[in-house]
Design a binder for this molecule. Structure first.
Ligand code: C5P
Length: 241
């Protein structure tokens, strides 16, 4: 391979390409949870997540959201624009689940309206802590204008994706976004949107464990992970904005 490995994360590897400002993102089958304390492999996950994320990035671009996506070049490989990642995980919640329930006592499934936007510090050593706006500014992780822009973009993306998944018969419970600055210092959507980074509930299932179509199947040992991801991929690919 003529490409040079620039960065290896838990779910993807980034390589340089011959073209300046264009990178190759290779999606892996490796799965981690609970800050990498739980590790495993989900056969076919890399290709499914790359395909799902590519389709979702295309929908978002169509709806006017700037993203790092250029094109899907093979099953598990995506060409992307080079960005400087803003070290924040922006989480949007429409329904209470996961850490929100654990930390607040809110009951699983409680509707959240208007949606909640949260910022977490992307830092494995510190365990990705939840930040306040003041802490985020204190740490100079973004400017006040950027924080407002990130929250506004996150809410607009949530609006687009909530409607999109609704058409697929899937409830978008919550999800995580990452943003970066491109070579013109513009904030654009980066990383991936996939069943690894979203909670997705199948609206045709009522049973709380059967409805789960995302990485919670891996986190909570629910089994049938590949078939759940496959079903998400089928439904996503069958719909367009
Ligand atoms: O764990 P928590 O409930 O805070 O996660 C909220 C959402 O963000 C979930 O959809 C989860 O998959 C996603 N997430 C992620 N990567 C992280 C933390 C959370 O994709 N490091």
């Amino acid at each position: 391979m003529t490409h040079q490995k620039l960065y290896e994360g838990k779910a993807k590897i980034l390589y340089s390409t011959k073209t300046e400002n264009i990178l190759l993102s290779v999606f892996k089958d490796d799965a981690t949870a609970f800050n990498a304390q739980k590790r495993g492999t989900i056969p076919g996950k890399g290709a499914m997540n790359c395909t799902i994320a590519s389709h979702l990035f295309r929908q978002l671009e169509t709806a006017g959201i700037p993203t790092h996506f250029i094109e899907q070049v093979s099953d598990a490989e995506m060409q992307v624009k080079a960005v400087t990642i803003i070290p924040l995980e922006v989480v949007i919640r429409n329904v209470a689940a996961g850490s929100l329930c654990k930390q607040t006592g809110l009951e699983l499934g409680t509707l959240i309206s208007p949606p909640l936007v949260e910022f977490y510090y992307k830092n494995d050593e510190l365990g990705d802590p939840l930040l306040t706006r003041d802490r985020l500014l204190l740490m100079k992780l973004a400017t006040p204008e950027q924080v407002d822009q990130l929250a506004a973009m996150a809410l607009k993306i949530n609006d687009i994706l909530t409607h999109f998944f609704q058409e697929c018969g899937i409830t978008l419970v919550d999800f995580k976004l990452e943003f970066g600055l491109d070579h013109q210092q513009q904030v654009i959507l980066a990383d991936e949107i996939s069943p690894d980074t979203c909670r997705l509930w199948n609206q045709s299932e009522t049973d709380p464990s059967r409805r789960v179509m995302d990485k919670d199947r891996f986190r909570n040992n629910l089994g049938e992970i590949e078939s759940a991801y496959q079903l998400v991929m089928q439904r996503v690919l069958a719909h367009s904005i």
